[in-house]
Design a protein around this ligand. Sequence first.
Ligand code: SF4
Ligand code: SF4
Length: 278
Amino acid sequence: MDKIEVKQLAEDFIANSTDNQIKMDSKAPPDLVGEKIYDAPIFGFGDASDDVFAILKEPDVIGCHFRYPREWLPTAQTVISFFLPYSEAVKASNREQKIWPSWGWLVGRVEGHRLLRALLLDLEMHLKKAGYATIVPSMDKKFFSITEPIEELCGEPLAFTSNWSERHIAYLCGLGTFGLSKGLITEKGIAGRFGSLVTELPLEPNQRPYGIYNAYCTQCGACVKQCPVKAISIESGKDHRLCSIFLDKTADKFSPRYGCGKCQVNVPCESGIPGQHK
Ligand code: SF4
Ligand code: SF4
Protein backbone atom coordinates (compact mmCIF):
# COMPACT_ATOMS: atom_id res chain seq x y z
CA MET A 1 0.00 0.00 0.00
CA ASP A 2 1.36 3.45 -0.90
CA LYS A 3 0.28 7.11 -0.66
CA ILE A 4 -1.63 6.94 -3.93
CA GLU A 5 -3.70 4.02 -2.68
CA VAL A 6 -4.41 5.69 0.66
CA LYS A 7 -5.58 8.86 -1.10
CA GLN A 8 -7.63 6.91 -3.63
CA LEU A 9 -9.39 4.94 -0.87
CA ALA A 10 -10.39 8.19 0.83
CA GLU A 11 -11.45 9.91 -2.39
CA ASP A 12 -13.60 6.94 -3.39
CA PHE A 13 -15.14 6.74 0.07
CA ILE A 14 -16.15 10.41 0.03
CA ALA A 15 -17.26 10.35 -3.60
CA ASN A 16 -19.41 7.23 -3.20
CA SER A 17 -20.81 7.58 0.32
CA THR A 18 -24.54 8.26 0.31
CA ASP A 19 -23.92 10.08 3.59
CA ASN A 20 -21.89 12.75 1.80
CA GLN A 21 -25.00 14.70 0.98
CA ILE A 22 -27.51 16.90 2.73
CA LYS A 23 -30.60 14.76 3.17
CA MET A 24 -34.27 15.57 3.17
CA ASP A 25 -34.69 14.33 6.75
CA SER A 26 -32.21 16.96 7.98
CA LYS A 27 -35.04 19.48 7.39
CA ALA A 28 -32.61 21.56 5.30
CA PRO A 29 -34.09 24.04 2.82
CA PRO A 30 -35.06 22.27 -0.44
CA ASP A 31 -32.31 23.99 -2.44
CA LEU A 32 -29.70 22.38 -0.17
CA VAL A 33 -31.12 18.85 -0.22
CA GLY A 34 -28.90 16.56 -2.31
CA GLU A 35 -25.89 18.91 -2.17
CA LYS A 36 -22.54 17.43 -1.15
CA ILE A 37 -21.17 18.02 2.35
CA TYR A 38 -17.50 17.60 1.46
CA ASP A 39 -15.24 17.92 -1.55
CA ALA A 40 -12.36 15.48 -2.05
CA PRO A 41 -9.82 15.33 0.81
CA ILE A 42 -6.21 16.48 0.66
CA PHE A 43 -3.47 14.65 2.54
CA GLY A 44 -0.29 15.29 4.53
CA PHE A 45 2.12 12.67 5.86
CA GLY A 46 4.53 12.85 8.80
CA ASP A 47 7.32 10.64 10.15
CA ALA A 48 5.96 9.20 13.42
CA SER A 49 9.44 9.35 15.00
CA ASP A 50 10.11 12.97 13.96
CA ASP A 51 11.48 15.09 16.82
CA VAL A 52 9.33 17.95 15.54
CA PHE A 53 6.34 16.54 17.48
CA ALA A 54 8.15 17.55 20.68
CA ILE A 55 7.08 21.14 20.06
CA LEU A 56 3.50 20.10 20.83
CA LYS A 57 4.56 19.17 24.38
CA GLU A 58 5.54 22.80 25.02
CA PRO A 59 3.21 24.48 27.57
CA ASP A 60 2.39 27.37 25.23
CA VAL A 61 1.52 25.04 22.31
CA ILE A 62 -0.48 22.07 23.71
CA GLY A 63 1.36 20.87 26.83
CA CYS A 64 2.98 17.79 28.30
CA HIS A 65 -0.31 15.87 28.05
CA PHE A 66 0.03 15.76 24.25
CA ARG A 67 0.80 12.16 23.30
CA TYR A 68 3.48 11.49 20.69
CA PRO A 69 2.47 9.31 17.73
CA ARG A 70 4.49 6.47 19.26
CA GLU A 71 2.76 6.93 22.61
CA TRP A 72 -0.43 5.95 20.74
CA LEU A 73 1.22 3.17 18.73
CA PRO A 74 4.81 2.20 19.70
CA THR A 75 5.51 0.64 16.28
CA ALA A 76 4.13 3.62 14.31
CA GLN A 77 6.01 4.73 11.20
CA THR A 78 3.69 7.37 9.74
CA VAL A 79 1.12 9.94 10.75
CA ILE A 80 -1.54 10.35 8.07
CA SER A 81 -3.44 13.64 8.24
CA PHE A 82 -6.19 14.83 5.94
CA PHE A 83 -8.44 17.81 5.37
CA LEU A 84 -12.01 17.48 4.11
CA PRO A 85 -13.03 20.83 2.59
CA TYR A 86 -16.69 21.75 2.87
CA SER A 87 -18.51 21.92 -0.45
CA GLU A 88 -19.35 25.24 -2.06
CA ALA A 89 -23.02 24.66 -1.15
CA VAL A 90 -22.23 24.32 2.57
CA LYS A 91 -19.95 27.39 2.55
CA ALA A 92 -22.31 29.50 0.45
CA SER A 93 -25.24 28.79 2.77
CA ASN A 94 -23.24 30.01 5.77
CA ARG A 95 -22.09 33.14 3.93
CA GLU A 96 -25.69 34.30 3.59
CA GLN A 97 -26.58 34.10 7.27
CA LYS A 98 -24.86 36.76 9.35
CA ILE A 99 -25.31 35.55 12.93
CA TRP A 100 -26.74 32.06 13.24
CA PRO A 101 -25.26 29.07 11.42
CA SER A 102 -26.96 28.06 8.18
CA TRP A 103 -28.73 24.72 7.99
CA GLY A 104 -26.09 23.54 5.54
CA TRP A 105 -23.33 24.37 8.02
CA LEU A 106 -25.14 22.65 10.90
CA VAL A 107 -25.49 19.49 8.82
CA GLY A 108 -21.86 19.78 7.72
CA ARG A 109 -20.78 20.08 11.35
CA VAL A 110 -22.79 17.18 12.76
CA GLU A 111 -23.58 14.72 9.95
CA GLY A 112 -20.25 15.76 8.42
CA HIS A 113 -18.48 14.75 11.63
CA ARG A 114 -20.14 11.32 11.51
CA LEU A 115 -18.93 10.90 7.93
CA LEU A 116 -15.42 11.97 8.94
CA ARG A 117 -15.39 9.27 11.62
CA ALA A 118 -16.68 6.70 9.14
CA LEU A 119 -13.84 7.62 6.75
CA LEU A 120 -11.29 7.25 9.57
CA LEU A 121 -12.65 3.79 10.42
CA ASP A 122 -12.63 2.77 6.76
CA LEU A 123 -8.99 3.81 6.30
CA GLU A 124 -8.05 2.10 9.56
CA MET A 125 -9.76 -1.10 8.37
CA HIS A 126 -7.92 -1.07 5.01
CA LEU A 127 -4.54 -0.40 6.63
CA LYS A 128 -5.04 -3.19 9.17
CA LYS A 129 -6.22 -5.56 6.44
CA ALA A 130 -3.01 -4.81 4.56
CA GLY A 131 -1.07 -5.90 7.67
CA TYR A 132 -0.24 -2.53 9.27
CA ALA A 133 -1.32 -1.87 12.86
CA THR A 134 -3.15 1.48 12.91
CA ILE A 135 -4.79 3.72 15.49
CA VAL A 136 -7.16 6.65 15.16
CA PRO A 137 -6.07 8.73 18.19
CA SER A 138 -9.24 10.85 18.29
CA MET A 139 -11.34 7.67 18.56
CA ASP A 140 -9.05 5.82 20.99
CA LYS A 141 -10.13 5.26 24.59
CA LYS A 142 -7.05 7.19 25.80
CA PHE A 143 -8.12 10.33 23.91
CA PHE A 144 -9.49 13.26 25.89
CA SER A 145 -10.60 16.77 25.06
CA ILE A 146 -11.64 19.24 27.74
CA THR A 147 -13.13 22.71 27.76
CA GLU A 148 -13.18 23.29 31.51
CA PRO A 149 -9.96 23.36 33.59
CA ILE A 150 -11.12 20.48 35.73
CA GLU A 151 -7.92 18.48 35.59
CA GLU A 152 -4.43 19.35 36.69
CA LEU A 153 -2.45 18.98 33.49
CA CYS A 154 1.28 19.62 33.36
CA GLY A 155 1.08 20.99 36.89
CA GLU A 156 -1.57 23.59 36.10
CA PRO A 157 -5.27 23.62 35.24
CA LEU A 158 -5.58 23.94 31.46
CA ALA A 159 -8.80 24.53 29.53
CA PHE A 160 -9.73 23.97 25.90
CA THR A 161 -7.10 21.36 25.31
CA SER A 162 -6.72 17.73 24.26
CA ASN A 163 -3.98 15.10 24.10
CA TRP A 164 -4.12 14.93 20.26
CA SER A 165 -4.93 17.96 18.11
CA GLU A 166 -5.94 17.44 14.48
CA ARG A 167 -4.98 20.97 13.47
CA HIS A 168 -1.52 20.82 15.06
CA ILE A 169 -0.92 17.41 13.49
CA ALA A 170 -2.05 18.69 10.09
CA TYR A 171 0.34 21.65 10.48
CA LEU A 172 3.29 19.35 11.18
CA CYS A 173 2.28 17.04 8.30
CA GLY A 174 2.57 19.94 5.84
CA LEU A 175 -1.13 20.63 5.26
CA GLY A 176 -1.23 24.28 6.25
CA THR A 177 -0.64 26.98 8.83
CA PHE A 178 -2.73 28.60 11.54
CA GLY A 179 -4.99 31.58 10.98
CA LEU A 180 -5.87 34.33 13.43
CA SER A 181 -9.16 32.51 14.01
CA LYS A 182 -7.12 29.42 15.06
CA GLY A 183 -8.34 27.37 12.12
CA LEU A 184 -5.74 25.86 9.79
CA ILE A 185 -5.39 27.47 6.37
CA THR A 186 -4.73 24.82 3.69
CA GLU A 187 -4.44 25.01 -0.10
CA LYS A 188 -8.20 24.24 -0.07
CA GLY A 189 -8.90 26.90 2.52
CA ILE A 190 -9.91 26.91 6.16
CA ALA A 191 -13.56 25.77 5.92
CA GLY A 192 -13.62 22.04 6.55
CA ARG A 193 -12.65 19.28 8.94
CA PHE A 194 -9.44 17.41 9.80
CA GLY A 195 -8.74 13.79 10.68
CA SER A 196 -5.65 11.67 11.28
CA LEU A 197 -4.35 8.14 11.80
CA VAL A 198 -1.12 6.72 13.21
CA THR A 199 0.08 3.64 11.35
CA GLU A 200 2.90 1.12 10.89
CA LEU A 201 2.73 1.72 7.12
CA PRO A 202 5.97 3.48 6.12
CA LEU A 203 5.32 6.46 3.80
CA GLU A 204 7.56 9.32 2.71
CA PRO A 205 6.80 12.37 4.92
CA ASN A 206 5.70 15.66 3.34
CA GLN A 207 7.96 18.67 3.32
CA ARG A 208 6.41 21.61 5.14
CA PRO A 209 6.32 24.41 2.57
CA TYR A 210 6.32 27.12 5.28
CA GLY A 211 8.65 28.34 7.99
CA ILE A 212 6.35 29.70 10.68
CA TYR A 213 3.08 28.59 12.23
CA ASN A 214 0.97 31.40 10.70
CA ALA A 215 2.72 31.85 7.34
CA TYR A 216 -0.50 31.78 5.28
CA CYS A 217 -2.49 34.21 7.45
CA THR A 218 -2.29 37.80 6.25
CA GLN A 219 -3.74 39.18 9.52
CA CYS A 220 -6.33 40.88 7.31
CA GLY A 221 -8.89 40.88 10.13
CA ALA A 222 -11.82 39.65 8.00
CA CYS A 223 -12.49 36.85 10.50
CA VAL A 224 -12.59 39.48 13.30
CA LYS A 225 -15.46 41.23 11.51
CA GLN A 226 -17.24 37.97 10.75
CA CYS A 227 -17.45 36.74 14.36
CA PRO A 228 -20.91 37.44 15.80
CA VAL A 229 -19.64 37.53 19.40
CA LYS A 230 -16.33 39.38 18.99
CA ALA A 231 -14.34 36.31 20.00
CA ILE A 232 -11.44 37.16 17.67
CA SER A 233 -9.13 40.17 17.77
CA ILE A 234 -5.98 41.11 15.87
CA GLU A 235 -4.19 41.69 19.18
CA SER A 236 -5.12 38.48 21.04
CA GLY A 237 -6.33 36.01 18.41
CA LYS A 238 -9.29 33.87 19.43
CA ASP A 239 -10.99 33.79 22.82
CA HIS A 240 -12.02 30.13 23.05
CA ARG A 241 -14.37 30.77 25.96
CA LEU A 242 -16.46 33.37 24.13
CA CYS A 243 -16.60 31.10 21.10
CA SER A 244 -17.61 28.12 23.22
CA ILE A 245 -20.41 30.08 24.95
CA PHE A 246 -21.82 30.99 21.54
CA LEU A 247 -21.54 27.39 20.31
CA ASP A 248 -23.52 26.30 23.39
CA LYS A 249 -26.23 28.79 22.42
CA THR A 250 -26.38 27.30 18.92
CA ALA A 251 -26.69 23.86 20.50
CA ASP A 252 -29.68 25.09 22.54
CA LYS A 253 -31.31 26.62 19.47
CA PHE A 254 -30.58 23.90 16.90
CA SER A 255 -30.32 20.73 19.01
CA PRO A 256 -29.20 18.06 18.13
CA ARG A 257 -26.99 20.13 15.82
CA TYR A 258 -24.71 23.04 16.61
CA GLY A 259 -21.97 25.09 14.98
CA CYS A 260 -21.00 28.55 13.79
CA GLY A 261 -18.07 28.80 11.38
CA LYS A 262 -18.69 32.44 10.47
CA CYS A 263 -14.92 33.03 10.79
CA GLN A 264 -14.39 30.40 8.04
CA VAL A 265 -16.61 31.98 5.38
CA ASN A 266 -16.59 35.36 3.65
CA VAL A 267 -12.87 35.54 4.40
CA PRO A 268 -9.87 35.50 2.02
CA CYS A 269 -8.73 32.16 3.44
CA GLU A 270 -12.13 30.47 3.03
CA SER A 271 -11.23 28.29 0.04
CA GLY A 272 -7.50 28.69 -0.44
CA ILE A 273 -4.32 30.40 0.73
CA PRO A 274 -4.87 34.20 0.61
CA GLY A 275 -3.19 35.66 -2.43
CA GLN A 276 -2.76 32.25 -4.04
CA HIS A 277 -6.32 31.53 -5.18
CA LYS A 278 -9.11 33.27 -7.02
S1 SF4 B 1 -9.57 35.99 7.66
FE1 SF4 B 1 -7.56 37.01 7.41
S2 SF4 B 1 -6.82 37.29 9.53
FE2 SF4 B 1 -8.50 35.78 9.61
S3 SF4 B 1 -7.45 33.77 9.49
FE3 SF4 B 1 -8.04 34.34 7.39
S4 SF4 B 1 -6.24 35.40 6.54
FE4 SF4 B 1 -5.97 35.32 8.77
S1 SF4 C 1 -16.75 29.80 15.36
FE1 SF4 C 1 -18.15 31.58 15.43
S2 SF4 C 1 -18.09 32.31 17.56
FE2 SF4 C 1 -16.32 30.97 17.25
S3 SF4 C 1 -14.65 32.36 16.69
FE3 SF4 C 1 -15.53 31.62 14.76
S4 SF4 C 1 -17.06 33.16 14.23
FE4 SF4 C 1 -16.57 33.48 16.39
